[in-house]
Design a protein around this ligand. Structure first.
Ligand code: PA5
Length: 435
């Protein structure tokens, strides 16, 4: 993993100046971890035997995984599987409740061969519970509840919540979300590791990569990539960069931007502070976003994330019918991969010319260890930025309000007042004009 921050407009001296505060932030994090207030720092060291046993058991008969979960309960697994397995056709995620999602999945699966992993730390997220109910309703004719049960794995709080209650009552296989790990910090727990292992990913290697990042926390600030990244993002925020673009020059890393987007936004967007995370993918967004990045407001720090090793390549052979065409000729003898790399370098050159600050993270290849390293590093950088901003990076209080209004509309007990409040805010009564 190489980190080049020479074009961020942030000098070593500036990082040296904030060394003490970064070390304070780290101490604060260790302290929270020692007191078990937070649990994500310990995840790389947890035993994985229970996950591997359960996977071996389920894989005897089943070959497809349907993950029912949303936000921190799905994005990490989705990112890991996309990165390491590509567009794996036997893995589906039911996160959104737009009915089209389930409608499109059903004809593509053989329910007999499916494992259903319902993931919700709280055990009560409306989308997850509703998708679960909808899936069971859709499959009950074909499979029946007993067969569905055999194919279920519930990942939730070890003690509390409706899903835990269901797992106990119906004797359903279950896994745990540690109570002191917030959803978006849970990819290295059972939440991300069970789906990953089910699809054949070596989860111990993922944790090995996370351990490497963990060890880097002992290094001097200027030697430790997790701490350098923490400092770079914070200093960029102080310099007015209110937008952080995660631009991956890699199809396989595309979901990493989604994962980062949630982590950065939900953890740091508090008290009118925060850096808006934006997802971009090269080269596609060169034809969509780059005009703005280069010549629009200078309010962005851009992270270019890519891997040196590309998977497969295609030669651009000279085709006789094309040989006289000006826009074709220069490409002959090159490959798709060469063009991809040239476009990345071209974008970097343009950023330098237009004085757009960017940092570049280069993986030698996309593998288990590097993914574990990335997850752990970015979780630490996020938590440390929380300390530097003076916000709690582990809660998400402002997420709740919209949910409470939706509960009011659907008649959930205890939320009657919310419906009335919403009626006033929207200036119409949902029950009278439901559209
Ligand atoms: O990071 C978080 O805490 C959230 O994004 C949650 O993961 C998300 O809201 C889903 O919550 P739950 O796992 O309780 O269903």
């Amino acid at each position: 993993m190489k980190l080049d921050f020479s074009h961020t407009n942030i000098k070593d001296e500036e990082l040296t100046k904030i060394k003490d505060i970064l070390n304070h932030a780290l101490k604060w994090l260790w302290n929270l971890s020692e007191r078990k207030v937070i649990g994500f720092l310990e995840l790389p060291f947890r035993d994985t035997e229970h996950i591997k046993r359960l996977v071996a058991d389920k894989r005897k008969e089943l070959d497809t995984l349907i993950l029912i979960g949303i936000g921190g309960s799905s994005l990490g697994a989705e990112c890991l599987i996309k990165a390491l397995k590509g567009s794996y056709e036997k893995f589906f995620v039911l996160d959104n409740v737009d009915p089209i999602k389930l409608k499109e999945i059903l004809p593509r699966i053989d329910p007999e061969k499916c494992c259903f992993n319902v993931v919700s730390k709280s055990g009560s997220t409306a989308e997850t519970i509703a998708n679960f109910i909808a899936l069971v309703s859709a499959l009950k004719e074909k499979l029946g509840w007993e067969k569905i049960k055999e194919r279920l794995v519930i990942t939730t709080d070890p003690e509390k919540g409706s899903l835990r209650e269901l797992a106990r009552k119906e004797n359903i296989a279950s896994l745990e979300v540690p109570p002191n790990v917030a959803g978006r910090y849970s990819v290295l727990s059972d939440v991300g590791l069970f789906p990953a292992a089910f699809t054949g990913i070596d989860i111990d290697k993922v944790l090995l990569g996370a351990k490497t990042a963990y060890k880097e926390l002992d290094l001097d600030v200027l030697e430790s990539k997790p701490l350098i990244l923490s400092g770079i993002y914070w200093l960029s925020y102080l310099k007015g960069k209110r937008i952080s673009v995660m631009m991956t020059y890699s199809e396989r890393l595309e979901k990493f931007s989604d994962w980062y987007r949630q982590l950065w936004a939900e953890s740091l967007g508090k008290g009118e502070k925060g850096q808006t995370p934006v997802k971009a993918i090269g080269t596609v967004d060169q034809h969509s976003q780059i005009q703005l990045y280069n010549d629009g407001p200078k309010d962005k720090i851009i992270t270019l994330l890519h891997a040196e090793e590309l998977e497969g390549d295609f030669c651009l052979e000279e085709i006789p019918a094309f040989s006289e065409l000006e826009s074709f000729k220069y490409l002959f003898g090159h490959s798709l991969g060469e063009l991809f790399k040239a476009e990345l370098l071209g974008t970097m050159g343009a950023f330098i010319k237009y004085r757009v600050p960017f940092l570049r993270l280069t993986l030698d290849r996309i593998n288990e260890e590097n993914m574990g390293w990335l997850f752990f590093t970015y979780q630490v950088a996020t938590a440390i930025n929380g300390y530097l901003y003076g916000v709690n990076p582990f809660d998400q209080p402002a997420v709740e309000e919209g949910k409470r209004f939706a509960y009011g509309i659907l008649g959930r007990q205890g939320f009657e007042e919310k419906r009335k409040e919403l009626t006033k805010l929207l200036q119409f009564d949902f029950l009278e004009s439901p559209s």
